[in-house]
Design a protein around this ligand. Sequence first.
Ligand code: SF4
Ligand code: SF4
Length: 347
Amino acid sequence: MEDILKTVRLGKTELMVTEVGFGGIPIIPLKKDEAVSVVKHCFELGIRFFDTARMYRDSEEKIGAALKGMRNEVIIATKTSERNAKEASEHIDISLQRLRTDWIDIYQLHNVSNDETLKQILAPGGAYEALYNARTDGKIRFIGISSHSISAAVKALDTGLFQTLQFPFNFIEHDPADELFPLARQLDVGLIGMKPLGGGLLARADLCFGFLQQHPYVVPIPGMCSKKEADEIVEYYHTPRTLSETDFKEMDAIRTELGEKFCHRCEYCMPCEQGVIIPPVLIFNGFAKRFSPKIATTWMEKAMKSVEKCIECGECEEKCPYQLAITDLLKENLALYNEYLRIKQVM
Ligand code: SF4
Ligand code: SF4
């Protein structure tokens, strides 16, 4: 099929990527041949930008198998959550092997969402060092960062060390368009938009992509777990939507409805002295919509178990810039998790 998606220049990397990319999380629960066929289908639809991460289980392996023989036609990005050079360097080698390639176009430091983590990765012996050396050795072409915190991302960009930034962006999480993205564009840092559908919480894909198409300098990487889903998403790009007054009103209504419950994963509430791992618990409802009870409960087990340690001191709520009722949301999500556990047992 002819490549009919437009391409976008990804900042100073000068990489030209398709206006919509592929996010590697939702293929995790698929069987390997099924995942390979979805990724291949995305390639046939014209998608040439594929993003994944070391922590997405066998996602790299599935993408590597699907794109075998097409390496020169695609841009591949992946990430490591390791914070030290030794482990990050090992991750780069594993990524190369799993993705069946001699080079990775963009290697990102995953979820750098607070000052402490940023300091750690940039310190001597930190993960950045491994990426820098891998770039010198030709294993990776560009160094990127992913984050959920505007202030941490601003600090990271100010170092001048990163060529791309991956950040959540959708019509609920639109704040980065005001401060962070203008800075990134001024520094010519390529922008990759994660969570274009709000991590599974936003059902109106038409509005989501209509919103994103107003910001064509951010390349979204929606997760696609079936050929049908990929067809639908690519179709939004073949026939871009002009948002109407009614659309804007509907987005406002959804924003208001979700606003009191929507965790932006910025981690300002962390750490909790009792050891509650707050952000993953608060996004469990969106996660549960996308994955089977078996996957959802297995992945979230550690975070959900940590809720038992909550003594309802309220400190996290004081730190949350979105004034979320965190203790109530912890309970709500725990109840949903327990329900999923029950369903898993009878499956
Ligand atoms: S609960 Fe609030 S502070 Fe914590 S990650 Fe979510 S939005 Fe950020
Ligand atoms: S209310 Fe619970 S989760 Fe929040 S800081 Fe206190 S113990 Fe931790």
